[in-house]
Design a protein around this ligand. Sequence first.
Ligand code: BDP
Length: 682
Amino acid sequence: SYSQCWLVYNSIDNYKDKDLLTDLHIYYEKDNALSNIMNNIIKELTQGLNSILNIKISANIIDGKETSSSIKSGIVLGLTGQNVINDIADTEQLTEEGYLLKEANQCIYIIGKTEKGLLYGAFDLLRRIATGEGIRGLKVIENPKNTLRMLNHWDNMDGSIERGYSGESFFMKKEEILVNQRTIDYARIVASIGINCVVINNVNVRGSAATGLITDRYLNKLKEMAEIFEGYGIKLYLSANFAAPMEIGGYKTADPLDQGVADWWKECVQNIYKIIPGFGGFLIKADSEGRPGPFTYNRTHADGANVLARALKPFGGLLVWRCFVYNCQQDWRDYKTDRARAAYDNFMGLDGKFDDNVILQIKNGPMDFQVREPVTPLFGGLKNTNMILEVQAAQEYTGQQKHVCYLIPMWKEVLEFNTYAKETNATIADIVSGKTYNQTHTGMAAVSNTGDDFNWTGHDLAGANLYGFGRLSWNTELSSEQIAAEWIKQIFPHKDKVYKAIMDILMGSWHTYEKYTSPLGIGWMVNPNHHYGPNVDGYEYDRWGTYHRANRNGMGVDRTKAGTGYASQYNEPNASMYEQKETCPEELLLFFHYIPYDYKLKSGVTLIQHIYDTHFEGVQEVEKMVEEWNGLEGLIPEDIFQRVQKRLTIQLESAKEWRDRINTYFYRKSGVDDAKKRKIYY
Ligand code: BDP
């Protein structure tokens, strides 16, 4: 069994606008059978309203060609273009997936241009009701800001999940594809927050089973999954192996400029679309961390992406190509090479060389999902390329879903970052939504944090990251608080104390995590491989390119012109801002500069004292979280209370370990005592 996340539809008493929800009327072309999407909308609305308000309604289908309406009250659903609907509101502003919700004459209208729009409108209405919001006088037009709202699952064919902290895969097990009730509930849950593209398998496509997902061995089963997804407006995507023509095709090369390779991909893709006409496309990780790619053949990433894109093109498929390309065999002795430079160095020269159905998927930071990184400069550089932002909902470096770390505030900062690529409209949100350069394929992708655990996300509070990603990718302007508020109210009883405690815990959690882990943007002080828990020198003399450069005088990586030159990859005025210690935002100081321990920060304390102080504060903040959570006993569902309480205990222990390891390490390196005379070393 498993939870329904934010679709639990808890019952609420005394909902004041219940009288508007008497019936469900659906305008539909009578000669057509209801589509899967329409059936799902009906199911969702009838079950949802029944569960929340104890209202029993059934759908009344009305011929869409009808010209007059005798409807007295209730929900009215219809596409634009149907006579009766057109009278109700001006729907010109609606885009493909948008919807209009409007109350008029005792009716709640849900109007869309497409059935997908209606689906999102229905989920929006249910969300408002579930959170207790009134719907009288309602009038909203919602169009998604991004066309691609994508989840990347890193699920392996054996059922394990790379960087998965919530159990095993619910998409695959023992090299077989799973299609069952959970597939349906997954689709409902993610569709309700606007997700419309899902990649079900790991970007590291290793072995013949994963590589063979694009062949007849799996396509018929995948077709069943794709049909379920389609009923919720979701397109199925697959991660593909760049060397598939060799590994499963038995061909002599995977050279993208070889005609045989191009033909192989064409045939492969034709076959996929024959079986799954609504297939979305491929996601590719190439030339990265051991994955094959075009570099082997002295070809560019544009050559590599385009050969696949051309195979997909006739069917409207998209090719998503990741920019996480760097040399993972660097030399830590060499202060001039810098992994942070890699995405920009590898891709800037290719701007404009990608086909129009290629999309570059770029991680938010130049390194790898650390608790604090600057925004990658690549977004501010590329001008003639489709780009989407990749974030990681899976908390690989942010506590692995044992710690609470609400990531929406981090993603908001990324989205609001001004790249200065143009004078106006040049934030990351503008760039990835196509506002800056008018690209067609734009949006956001998240590495999913789900698995087959009862609550889907291991930590119940990690559900807010999944929820928030969907909502944010739909509307990048929502605030972190708004998103948290919606999430809390859909899941927990509507009580002030509950709301306040959970809101506090979520909203402070990212900064708290940052305080007791690695300071001022330096990152990486984790145990190698699994990446959980402190290990200051874990990667320091390794080849992955992730260093803190601490010695007895100070620490930090010099990324100015005197150092690796990374800061110059930004547009002005950002480049100069990062170049100078004085103007560099302090939370990123050690990312850009080597700083002596006695350097005075703006707060007046020295760098070393700041490290000690924040590590004590971080632990205190976790103690406060534990206290707040304990105060919820009896007020929220017992199982959630227990699960979270258990994880908070683990978090507190781990936070103390971080504090003591970091403080001890830097005390021993620097020899500087704590000004407040606390115990800082062991
Ligand atoms: C890193 C993960 C690794 C992924 C890689 C990626 O440690 O497991 O394969 O990113 O994004 O964060 O490809």
